[in-house]
Design a protein around this ligand. Structure first.
Ligand SMILES: [Zn+2]
Length: 345
């Protein structure tokens, strides 16, 4: 299987995440991608390719130009070692009932609150370059599938599925999966599906395609009543307008077992089968793992191969993109199990 990887992810090396108002060690760090790469390189089943620069156009097709410009400018202006976090947010309650149009501030801290929705996603020197490289990884993987590969893995870092059209957060700056899915929808002129199996709901991906009928979004995730990102991912969110019925949310309880997870995956795969996409983009998160520090599911390593077998059985073409997964000791092996399951090994 072909693997697309960029060492430019190392340019984004955040140290802190503010959780519950308290600085914590950042779990979304370069070692994640290195662990996955090492696990795949230990097997001769995988061939690693570099990313190809696709320019800014595919990013602008999904994200507000102001968001892209802000991440670039904030990265450029951050001093060495400095991490930029917002301290205020553009909360809708502030302007409720006044029909005000929010104006982007000129102050850097104010702009952070305008473009970012949480305190887990610091901007540093190198963040923009790494986030752009992750997009190019996803687009290069999409090209390879478009050109005939059955399944290609893009080792994206930073991840992407929490980044919405005009706001970033959740360790994500640009939405790699949404950009790849939109790009494939344009190139193929056909229907594209996104299957999101990260522990967290992919609020950004859902938003980008919520009103579109040409991209199906199916997500298995922790119930947002107890888990990040809290404000999206309920089962009654099913799309709007022409996109009504093309969003499928399958929230799950804490402690979900391998068998319960596979049964829910089958429901998601039924939706995919009915939709009959030409290409399926998988947002692959390994924070569903039993030992993951951010999750509360009870999935074990062998289930990832079984998930992949079931996905490969119904999807003819697959672009698999890395999202979360933070238990470093088993992260590489869990990804390897999934990818080998896709190949039927
Ligand atoms: Zn996640």
């Amino acid at each position: 299987m072909l693997v697309v990887y960029s060492d430019r992810h190392q340019l984004h090396d955040p140290r802190h995440d503010i959780q519950g108002g308290v600085p914590a060690d950042m779990v979304e760090r370069p070692e994640r991608a290195e662990r996955i790469l090492n696990a795949l390189q230990a097997s001769d089943t995988f061939e690693v390719r570099a990313e190809i620069d696709h320019g800014l156009e595919p990013v602008v097709a999904v994200h507000a130009p102001g968001l892209i410009a802000f991440v670039r400018e904030a990265s450029d202006s951050a001093a060495t070692g400095m991490e930029l976090f917002p301290d205020t947010f553009l909360h809708p309650g502030v302007s409720a009932g006044m029909s005000l149009t929010a104006v982007e501030p000129t102050d850097l801290t104010g702009r952070l609150g305008f473009w970012c929705f949480d305190t887990g996603t610091p901007v540093r020197q190198g963040t923009y370059a790494a986030a752009r490289a992750a997009v190019d990884v996803s687009l290069t993987a999409a090209d390879l599938v478009f050109d005939g590969e059955k399944a290609v893995y893009g080792l994206c870092r930073p991840p992407g599925h929490h980044a919405a059209r005009s706001v970033f957060g959740g360790f994500c700056y640009f939405n790699n999966a949404a950009i790849a899915a939109h790009y494939l929808a344009q190139r193929t002129g056909g229907k594209i599906a996104i299957l999101d199996i990260d522990y967290h709901h992919g609020n950004g991906t859902q938003q980008v395609f919520y009103a579109r009928e040409d991209v199906l979004y199916v997500s298995l995730h922790a119930d947002p009543r107890r888990a990040y990102p809290y404000f999206s991912g309920h089962s009654d969110e099913t799309g709007t307008g022409p996109g009504l019925g093309t969003t499928v949310n399958l929230p799950l309880p804490a402690g979900v077992s391998d068998v319960e997870y596979l049964n829910t995956l089958d429901l998601g795969l039924d939706a995919l089968t009915r939709y009959a996409p030409s290409v399926t983009v998988v947002s692959l998160g390994m924070d569903t793992y039993v030992h993951d520090p951010l999750g509360d599911f009870a999935l074990t390593t062998p289930v990832y191969a079984e998930c992949a077998r079931r996905i490969a059985a119904i999807a003819s073409k697959l672009v698999v993109l890395q999202e979360g997964g933070y238990h470093l000791p088993d992260l590489g092996e869990n990804v390897r199990q999934f990818l080998q399951g896709l190949s039927g090994d």
